[in-house]
Design a protein. Structure first.
Length: 252
């Protein structure tokens, strides 16, 4: 559980770093616009004052003087106005971006928190079910691998049964059906538990379930408890329109 909390904290830090970088870019752009705008205004103001002799005029606050000032320094005022408009637009964009990033960050953090919480519930549920079984050992189960097989896109908050997990269940049922046909002589050959054991171990390994090679009766008992566990998990955590029930074994 501690590792899961550390994962959540690390993810939140990464999200915050991304948001901070975007905000830094907006601040830098704002500063650049201010510097360029004021710089151009200062250059035009000084050039107009010295070259056009505008600085030779005396200080005056009459209406005519103000109109003359606007006429002489109109370009400076235009540059400052344009700078203000651009800066205002960037600030508006920044406010919208901050609001959007805040919303997305909250959603991502919530989805990740829900994912970790659901994974913890899934893990605890499996271990409690394993304790009820007489032949199963918790060390034989990689619960995280099983969970990731069921929910391939769980970190986004979508608890949708993956295509790979449906194929995994189909492979189990296909192996059971094949062995059932062999034991009932519906197909050529005879049922041999060792080839069946090898195939079933290989299939179950895809979900993180490791079974040891055992004598026939022992393996069938362990296999039965594993299949019962898978069936329980499917009914409890895997809501799907597809049939995820495990086939009945008759090759025992």
């Amino acid at each position: 559980m501690k590792n899961k909390k550390n994962t959540l904290q690390l993810a939140l830090i990464n999200i915050k770093n991304i948001d901070d970088n975007i905000l830094k870019i907006l601040v830098i752009l704002s500063i650049c616009i201010i510097i360029i705008g004021i710089g151009l205004s200062a250059i035009v103001f000084l050039a107009t004052g010295f070259i056009d002799k505008a600085f030779n005029f005396g200080f005056c606050l009459t209406s005519n003087c103000i109109q003359n000032f606007k006429a002489i320094y109109g370009s400076v005022l235009d540059i400052l106005t344009t700078t203000g408009v651009m800066l205002g637009g960037l600030i508006t964009l920044g406010a919208i971006t901050v609001a959007l990033l805040s919303y997305l960050s909250s959603n991502r953090a919530l989805a990740l928190a829900n994912h970790i919480s659901h994974m913890a519930i899934f893990s605890n549920y499996i271990y409690k079910e394993i304790e009820k079984k007489g032949r199963l050992n918790a060390s034989s189960f990689d619960v995280l691998k099983w969970y990731n097989l069921i929910y391939s896109n769980q970190e986004s908050g979508e608890l949708i049964i993956s295509k790979d997990y449906k194929i995994f269940i189909l492979e189990i049922n296909s192996q059971i059906q094949t062995s059932n046909k062999l034991i009932t002589k519906e197909s050529d050959g005879a049922y041999l538990y060792k080839p069946h054991q090898k195939s079933m171990k290989s299939i179950l390994k895809k979900s993180g379930i490791e079974l040891s090679a055992l004598p026939r009766l022992d393996f069938h008992e362990v296999e039965g408890e594993v299949l019962e566990l898978i069936d329980i998990i499917n009914k409890s955590f895997c809501r799907s329109a597809d049939n995820l029930e495990i086939e009945k074994r008759i090759y025992l």
